[in-house]
Design a protein around this ligand. Structure first.
Ligand code: HEM
Length: 198
């Protein structure tokens, strides 16, 4: 059992992630790549149709990240997650629980900070061009500057944590040669290695 919910334990490796958890994990990665790429490139565009479109896409992807994360957490609460590998030292188990918790927190808070920031600039968010979100704060220049700084800082923190998280996964795979990475990969990887999936 870890601090993020019930654990599935079905073998010495702590079990595999299920298909839904794996799909939602890698969908989140794709959405974040899209969101970061748009977020970094849209700012420098000259004002016009393309800039407005890219800002809208960036916001839509951000809201999608929020929704996918809610779904992921609900699924995790319902189905559980594999326990950390028994061979991992206690500090690594604690570190992985802390980093995963922080990643989940940031995946929820960053889209919310973007929504509040957008409200403070006076631009309403309309998800997918269909669902208008209410403005949560009035238009305010000083507030907008502070919220932009917050949004950028949270994103920088997420980026740094993702680098640590990715480095840890690769270290487990290539140096420790354990199953930490493969249990989060699609099932064909484990079929090759002769491991079952849940
Ligand atoms: C890009 C953004 C990423 C985010 C936001 C993210 C987030 C997360 C979260 C929240 C978990 C915990 C899952 C749970 O137990 O509920 C997780 C697990 C995992 N992630 Fe990522 N991840 C990202 C990228 C990556 C990348 C690039 C890799 C591989 C190179 C990776 C490999 C893994 C592995 C192997 C686990 C399972 C760890 C374990 O079983 O202890 N992740 N990820």
């Amino acid at each position: 059992m870890d601090d993020l919910g019930p654990a599935i334990v079905d073998d010495a490796d702590g079990g595999r992630y299920g298909h839904a958890a794996i799909t939602l994990h890698w969908l989140t990665v794709l959405l974040l790549i899209g969101s970061f790429t748009l977020g970094l490139s849209m700012v420098g565009l000259p004002f016009g149709r393309q800039k407005l479109q890219w800002y809208a896409w960036h916001k839509w992807i951000g809201i999608s990240v929020f929704l996918v994360t809610c779904l992921r957490l609900a699924w995790r609460a319902f189905r559980g997650a594999p326990a950390p590998l028994a061979a991992m030292p206690p500090w690594q188990r604690r570190a992985s629980v802390l980093v995963h918790g922080a990643l989940y927190g940031l995946l929820l808070v960053i889209p919310l900070s973007g929504w509040v920031y957008s409200s403070s600039t006076g631009v309403q968010v309309v998800y997918l061009g269909l669902f208008p979100l209410p403005d949560v704060v009035p238009k305010d220049r000083a507030l907008a500057r502070a919220l932009l700084a917050l949004h950028l800082t949270l994103n920088f923190t997420l980026f740094s944590l993702v680098c640590v998280h990715t480095a840890a996964a690769l270290k487990h795979h290539f140096i420790d040669r354990d199953t930490v990475l493969t249990r989060m990969l699609p099932p064909w990887r484990s079929v090759i290695q002769g491991k079952g999936t849940r």
